[in-house]
Design a protein around this ligand. Structure first.
Ligand code: ADE
Length: 234
């Protein structure tokens, strides 16, 4: 997979992909993350990428030309057949595990990080194929949202996780929150690990975990349970 990120502050993205699972996936050649500075595609000598909004009002708006030219230039260099171009914006559809799974199926994705009061509407209308928000709050830098999206997508690429099964139990992977986890020591400050986990009975352990995941989801995120994710038995 190749992920191209268009942004105004590439320095912000210099290190987040150099750690942990994303780093390993890059080293294994499973994903390439390429960061582009939108300013490199502005033609004036001050590399201006924003301007005042027509009609007045506060703040600045990202101009369309550098964004269109950046994506066109990348598309000329890389063979992009099914490329989704995704604008990161609080106005987008909510980024969930389901959306991450959808994006992980693509060979290439392009992420555009918004800034300031937003981007010229023509970018939305004539360039991007999708708009994604990582939550109902406003960030000052779309780069932060790009980090979140890249991380959640890359760990779903086959081979990215150490164990091929480890994402099956992740919270949200099956519509439920993950069950409680414990590790050594068996007793810490008098608090003990549930005895079923020490029993060695794999059937019992699986059943306990499944029950815990259901209880936890009902208690913490009844909205998820309500979405029809639970079977009659659950
Ligand atoms: N840019 C600013 N806020 C954002 C959000 N919530 N999600 C994605 N991009 C953003």
């Amino acid at each position: 997979m190749r992920i191209d990120i268009l942004c105004l502050f590439p320095e912000m993205l210099a290190s987040p992909f150099d750690y942990s699972i994303v780093k390993r996936a890059r080293e294994r050649g499973l994903v390439e993350v390429v960061v582009h500075n939108i300013r490199d595609y502005s033609h004036d000598k001050h590399h201006i990428v924003d301007d005042y909004p027509y009609g007045g009002g506060p703040g600045m708006v990202l101009k369309p030309e550098p964004i269109f030219e950046a994506t066109e230039s990348i598309k000329e260099r890389v063979d992009y057949s099914d490329l989704p171009i995704i604008l990161l914006t609080p106005q987008g559809r909510l980024f969930t595990q389901q959306v991450a799974r959808e994006l992980a199926l693509h060979q290439n994705i392009m992420l555009i990080c918004g800034h300031y009061e937003g981007v010229d509407e023509r970018v939305r209308e004539h360039l991007v194929s999708d708009e994604v928000s990582i939550g109902d709050y406003v960030l000052s830098a779309g780069e932060l949202a790009a980090m979140v999206v890249v991380d959640a997508v890359v760990r779903l690429i086959p081979g990215a996780l150490g164990s091929p099964l480890s994402f099956h139990s992740d919270s949200h992977s099956n519509g439920l929150l993950e069950y409680p986890q414990y590790t050594r020591p068996k007793v810490y400050r008098g608090w003990t690990v549930p005895s079923v986990l020490l029993s060695g009975n794999h059937g019992e352990i699986a059943r306990w975990r499944w029950q815990q995941a259901i209880l936890r989801t009902l208690k913490r995120r009844p909205d998820l349970a309500k979405q029809g994710n639970l079977s009659a038995e659950e």
